[in-house]
Design a protein around this ligand. Sequence first.
Ligand code: NAD
Length: 401
Amino acid sequence: MTDGERILGLGDLGTNGMGIPIGKLNLYTACAGVPPRMTLPVMIDVGTNNESLLRDPLYMGLKQSRVRGKDYDEFLEEFVQAVQEVFPRCCIQFEDFANVNAVPLLERYRNRVCCFNDDIQGTAGVAVAGVLAALKITGKPLTEQRFLFLGAGSAGTGIANLLSQVMHQAGLTLEEARARCHLFDIEGLVVESRNDLASFQRPFAHKGEQLRSFVEAIETLKPTGIIGVSAVAKAFTQEVIEAMARLNERPIVFPYSNPTSHAECTAEEAYKWSEGRAIFASGSPFPPVRIGEKTLVPGQGNNVYIFPAVGLAVYATEASRVTDGMFITAARAVAEQVTQADLDAGLIYPPLSGILEASVKVAVKVAAEIFKEGQARVPEPEDIELYIRSRMWKATYKQLL
Ligand code: NAD
C-alpha cells in the first residue's frame, strides 16, 4: 500500500456537515473491508446562505454567503489538482453537492481523474440492480419497460442515465432507451418544449404535453415502473398506485426518497393499494407487510450495496478512472445475488445482514471490469477474488494477555 491509495469522501458543509463524509467512509470499511487508514473525509466549505447560521456565534463554518460561479469552479479545480499531487492514486467520492453543481462537476472530472458521485452513480447502480431483480419476478424483458420518475434532480437523472445505458446494452439504441424514461418534476412532466430545463435533463425531455398531474402522466405514458426521487412524502397516492396496478400485472414501485418521512409511499400502502402485486423497494427501510396469507418483505434500495464494493475494487486495482460500466457491473452483480426465496417474498435486494460477503462478490466483478477496461494500475492477478480478499481490512484484534 502506498500513501497514494485513498478514498476520500467529499462533502459540502452547508448541507449535512462533517458527519456524512465520515459516516460514508465508515461504510466502506464496515460493508466492504476497505482499510480505514486509506480513507480521508474532506469537507468543502464555501460559505452558507442560511441567515440564522450566519448570525449564530457558535457556527463553525465560514461566515460568508456561498461562493458560486467562476470562484467556486476555480476553488474546486485547485482542490482536485492538489489531491492529484498529494495522493496521486486516490479516488475522490463527491457527496451531497447540490444538483446544479453535482452534475457539471462530475462531467468535468470523470474523464480527468479517478472520481465518482455516489448521489448520482451509486444511486443509479442500486436502482438498476432493483429493476434487474424485479424483472426476474415479472419475467418481462428490460427493453419493454417504461419508467416514470417523480423528481428530475441528481438521483432521477442519474438513474435514468444508467438505466438507458443498460437498455442500450440489451439491444435498444440509446435514443430508444432514453425515450422509455420520463421525468416529472415540480413543474410537471419534463417535455421538449420546456425552457426551464438543465442540460442534464434534456436527454429525457420528450415530445408531448407538460402534464401537471402525475396520475395523468401515468395514464398517458403507461409506465411499467415509477421511481420516486422527489423527497415529496406521500406523493404516490392511492390513485397513483391503483393506476399503476390497473396498467400492470406487477407494477414496479420504488419510493426512493429518504428519510422515511419523505418516502413517496410506505410499503404497506403500495402493497395494499395494488392487492399485493406491487414490486416494491424504498430508500428507507420498511417492516414486512402481511397481505392475506403472504408476508411481503420490502427491499431497501440502499446505495450501500454499491459504493463500498466499487470503492474496494477501485482501491485494490488502483483504478485510474471510475466508469459507468463499473456501476452497471456492480448493479448486475447485486441483482445476481437475489435468490428465488428472496424473490418469492417480494425481496429484490440481498439481505443487508450479509452485506460484507455480498460486497466481496460485487467487488470481484467490478475489479474484473476494471482490468477489462484497461483502467487498473496493478498487474492482473490470476485469482481476482483471492487478490481482493487479500487487500481487505479485517477487524481482528491481537490477544494482549
Ligand atoms: P434534487 O434536489 O436534486 O432533486 C429533487 C427533484 O424533485 C427535483 O427535480 C424537483 O423538481 C423534484 N420535486 C420537488 N418537489 C416536487 C413535487 N412536488 N412534485 C414533483 N417533483 C418534485 O434531489 P436528489 O439528490 O435527486 O434526491 C431526491 C431524493 O432522492 C431525496 O429524498 C434523496 O433522499 C433520495 N435519494 C435516495 C437514494 C437511495 O435511496 N438510494 C439515493 C439518492 C437520493
